[in-house]
Design a binder for this molecule. Structure first.
Ligand code: GUN
Ligand code: ZN
Length: 657
C-alpha cells in the first residue's frame, strides 16, 4: 500500500501517495500531457503528477519507439509520477481501439508508467440497464485479467456502471476485493458536460461507499475547478485536466465559480501572471497559438490554486464552507449540494467531530450538514431528566450570558409555576441550526463554535420546530420561554408567569458528566466522574480546566473545543466502563511494547478496532486480551484504521497503563 492520510474533513482526505517517481500530496490535479504535442511545461505551474495516454503513444510508431527506449518519463519530459490511461476514452469516443487489454497493460509496464490503467468500458449515462450490466461484466473481466498480466505495475481500476447507483456500488465492491492501487470513477464526463451534477453526486457516493478507504480515488475527466471541492468532499483524491488546454483552445477561462468567454471580458478575472500582464483586448489581438498558451497558463494557475485552497480547507476543517460557496455558482451545482445533504449519515462517519474552524451557516443547505445530523443523533440518546426548561438563545457561549430566567413561559404538563427545586431540571437553549442544546454542552464543538445569520429562514424555523417538538416528547413537564413559542409557533398549553427568578447555574459535575456522555457513550459521565471530583477552573476565564480524583488527574477540558482529553485515570475508568470493543483500538503483540512506551500506533499493527470511532476522538489502546496499554487521539476513523496498512492510526498520549 502506498497511500497515507494526514488530515480529514467531511469525506475528504489530505494524503500522501507514494510512487516509484516520488511522493505527491493529494488531493492532486494531474494535467493531461499530450504525448508528442505538449507545449506547456506543466511542472512549472504546480503539477506534481501528470497523466498521459498510453494508447496514443502505442499507436504512433515514432512515439512508441521513443517511449520503449527512453521510458514515458523521457518521452514527455516529466520527472515525477506519471499515470497513463489505456485507450478506453478513445474506445468510448470512436467505438473501437486497435489494442487488446493485455497488450496495453504490458505496454504500460514496458514504458515505465507509475500507475497504469486497464481497458475498461466507459458506459455512458442513461443506457438501458442490460447494456450497463453487460459492459460492466467486460470491465470487471478485464480488471481481473490485468492483474494476471501486470508484473509490478501499480494499477488503476475504473468503476463503471453508467447512471445506475447499484451497479456502481457492485462494481466498486468487486474491485475493492482485488489488488488495485487506485480507483478511478469513470464515464462521468458526459454528466459533467451537461451539468448533471446531482447525478454525479449519486454516482460518486454509490462508488466511494464501497471502495477501500486506503486507496486514492480519481474522478476521471474532471478538470473544471468548479467541481473540485464538491468531489473532494465526497472522497475523491485525484483529478485530471485536459480542460486547461481544451478550454484555452476555445478562448475560455476557467474559474472556480464558472467559465468566462474571452470575447465577453472587459477585465481579466484573476491575479495570475497572465491576468495581470495582459488585458482582454491584448489577448484578443494575438494570434491563436500564442493566445491559447496564455489562456492555458491561466487555466492551470487557477486550477492549482483551487486545489491548494481545498487542501488548506481540509486541514483547518472548513471544506464544507468552501463546497457551499462553490455550489452556489450554478443552480445545478446547488442541486448537487442538496443531494449531498441526503448522504449526511454516511459522511458523518468520516467527518472529524472536532475541528479548528467554526461552523458557518451559509443557507438552508447547512441544515443538512453532517454536524447537525450528528448532534441531533447524540442529543436524542442523552439521559433525560424529569423536567426541561427551554431557553431562547443569547450570545454564545450561552451559559455565560444566562444567569436566571424570569418572565412568561408556556407549559407542558404540570409545572406548578416554578419547576425548579421540585424536580431535576434540564436546561437547554433552542437555536439554529443545532436545535436543542443542553446548557451543559454549550462550550462543546461546534455548539459554541458556529455562526448563523441573525435573520432566520423558514426552513431553519421548520427544522428547529420539529427538533423541539420531538425533544419535548421525552419530558413529562416542560417550561418553554414564550419567545421560543412565538418564534417557532410551538403548540403548548397556557402561559405560566415566573415571578421568582429561576437560577440557571449548571452544576460543574453535571456539566462534565454530560460532556462525557455526549463525547463517548451515555453512561460514560458517571463512570468517569464518580465519587468526589475536584474541579479546577481557569483563573482567567472561570471555565472548567482539570478534573481530579484526589491528586490524580482524570481528564482535562480542552479550552478550544470544550472536549474532554483523557488522563491515565480517566482512560482506566473508561476502559472499565465501556464494553469491548467500544472506543478501542486493538494492537498486535509486536506493537504492544511500543504502545506501552507511549509511541504512536501505526495502522498495520491494528488487529481490531471499534468501527464507530471517528477521527480526532479520544480512544483506548488495548491488546487482544483487552488489557489497557495506552490511550490517545485517533487520526483516522474505525473503518480506515481497519483498512489501512500504512501510516499512523492513533497519536498516543500516554502509555504504561
Ligand atoms: N477518461 C475519461 N473517462 C474515462 C473512463 O471512463 N475510463 C478511462 N479509462 N478513461 C477515461
Ligand atoms: Zn488568471
Amino acid at each position: 500500500m502506498n497511500f497515507e492520510i494526514k488530515y480529514k474533513d467531511a469525506r475528504a482526505r489530505v494524503g500522501i501517495l507514494t510512487t516509484d517517481h516520488g511522493k505527491i500530496r493529494t488531493p492532486a490535479l494531474m494535467p493531461v500531457v499530450h504525448p508528442g504535442r505538449q507545449t506547456l511545461p506543466v511542472k512549472d505551474y504546480g503539477a506534481e503528477i501528470v497523466i498521459t495516454n498510453a494508447y496514443l503513444i502505442y499507436k504512433n510508431d515514432e512515439l512508441r519507439e521513443q517511449a520503449l527506449k527512453e521510458g514515458v518519463h523521457g518521452l514527455i519530459d516529466f520527472p515525477g509520477p506519471i499515470v497513463t490511461d489505456s485507450g478506453s476514452f478513445q474506445l468510448s469516443t470512436y467505438g473501437e481501439v486497435e489494442v487488446t487489454n493485455p497488450e496495453i497493460i504490458q505496454f504500460q509496464e514496458a514504458i515505465g508508467t507509475d500507475i497504469g490503467t486497464s481497458l475498461d468500458i466507459p458506459t455512458p449515462p442513461d443506457v438501458p440497464r442490460e447494456r450497463a450490466e453487460r459492459d460492466l461484466e467486460v470491465t470487471l473481466e478485464r480488471a481481473r485479467e490485468s492483474l494476471q498480466v501486470r508484473e509490478d505495475l501499480m494499477m488503476n481500476s475504473v468503476v463503471q456502471g453508467s447512471t445506475y447507483p447499484d451497479l456502481r456500488s457492485k462494481c466498486a465492491q468487486e474491485l475493492a476485493g482485488m489488488d488495485f492501487q487506485v480507483h478511478p470513477i469513470g464515464a462521468v464526463v458526459p454528466l459533467m458536460e451537461s451539468y448533471r451534477y446531482r447525478e454525479l453526486v449519486e454516482v460518486v457516493m454509490a462508488s466511494v461507499e464501497h471502495l477501500p478507504d486506503s486507496r486514492p480515488r480519481h474522478l476521471m475527466g474532471a478538470g473544471h475547478p468548479m467541481v473540485f471541492a464538491l468531489a473532494v468532499a465526497m472522497g475523491c483524491d485525484l483529478f485530471d485536466s485536459a480542460a486547461y488546454i481544451l478550454y484555452a483552445q476555445d478562448d475560455r477561462l476557467l474559474m472556480p465559480n464558472g467559465t468566462h468567454k474571452l470575447e465577453n471580458l472587459v477585465e481579466m478575472p484573476c491575479s495570475c501572471p497572465v491576468c495581470t500582464a495582459y488585458t482582454p483586448t491584448d489577448l484578443r489581438s494575438m494570434d491563436g497559438e500564442e493566445r491559447t498558451l496564455l489562456l492555458a497558463q491561466h487555466n492551470l494557475a487557477i486550477s492549482f490554486a483551487e486545489i491548494r485552497q481545498i487542501r488548506q480547507a481540509i486541514v483547518e476543517g472548513s471544506l464544507w464552507e468552501l463546497v457551499e460557496q462553490r455550489c452556489r455558482a450554478h443552480p445545478y451545482l446547488l442541486d448537487a449540494l442538496r443531494r449531498l445533504g441526503t448522504y449526511s449519515p454516511l459522511i458523518e462517519k468520516y467527518d472529524p467531530p472536532y475541528k479548528k474552524s467554526a461552523f458557518f451557516y451559509s443557507g438552508t443547505e447547512s441544515l443538512r450538514r453532517p454536524e447537525v445530523y450528528r448532534h441531533w443523533e447524540k442529543v436524542k440518546k442523552l439521559p433525560r431528566k424529569e423536567a426541561v426548561l427551554l431557553l431562547a438563545p443569547v450570545t454564545k457561549p450561552y451559559s455565560q450570558n444566562l444567569t436566571h430566567y424570569l418572565g412568561v413561559g408556556y407549559r407542558k404538563g404540570d409545572c406548578g409555576g416554578v419547576i425548579q427545586g421540585k424536580v431535576p431540571l434540564q436546561l437547554a437553549v433552542v437555536d439554529v441550526p443545532f436545535g436543542v442544546i443542553p446548557l451543559e454542552l454549550d462550550q462543546v464543538y461546534p455548539l459554541a463554535q458556529n455562526e448563523t445569520p441573525t435573520i432566520m429562514d423558514q426552513e431553519a424555523r421548520h427544522q428547529v420546530k420539529m427538533m423541539v417538538e420531538e425533544y419535548l416528547k421525552g419530558f413529562e413537564t416542560a417550561l418553554v420561554d414564550c419567545k421560543l413559542v412565538k418564534k417557532y409557533q410551538l403548540d403548548l398549553e397556557e402561559q405560566v408567569t415566573v415571578v421568582d427568578p429561576l437560577s440557571l447555574d449548571t452544576d460543574d459535575l453535571e456539566r462534565v458528566r454530560m460532556i462525557a456522555d455526549y463525547q463517548f457513550l451515555p453512561g460514560a459521565g458517571v463512570a468517569l466522574f464518580n465519587g468526589p471530583v475536584r474541579v479546577v477552573k481557569s483563573r482567567k476565564t472561570g471555565k472548567i480546566r482539570h478534573l481530579y480524583q484526589g491528586e490524580d488527574l482524570i481528564a482535562t477540558l480542552r479550552a478550544s473545543d470544550g472536549v474532554l482529553v483523557l488522563a491515565a485515570l480517566g482512560a482506566r475508568k473508561l476502559h472499565q466502563h465501556l464494553p469491548y470493543p467500544v472506543n478501542r483500538v486493538v494492537v498486535n503483540e509486536e506493537a504492544e511494547p511500543f504502545a506501552r512506551e507511549g509511541k504512536s500506533i501505526f495502522a498495520k499493527f491494528v488487529i481490531n478496532c471499534d468501527i464507530d470511532i471517528h477521527a480526532q476522538e479520544e480512544v483506548l489502546i488495548v491488546n487482544s486480551e483487552d488489557e489497557l496499554l495506552a490511550f490517545g487521539k485517533s487520526i483516522l476513523n474505525g473503518r480506515e484504521i481497519t483498512d489501512f496498512q500504512t501510516g499512523q492510526a492513533v497519536k498516543t498520549r500516554k502509555g504504561g497503563l
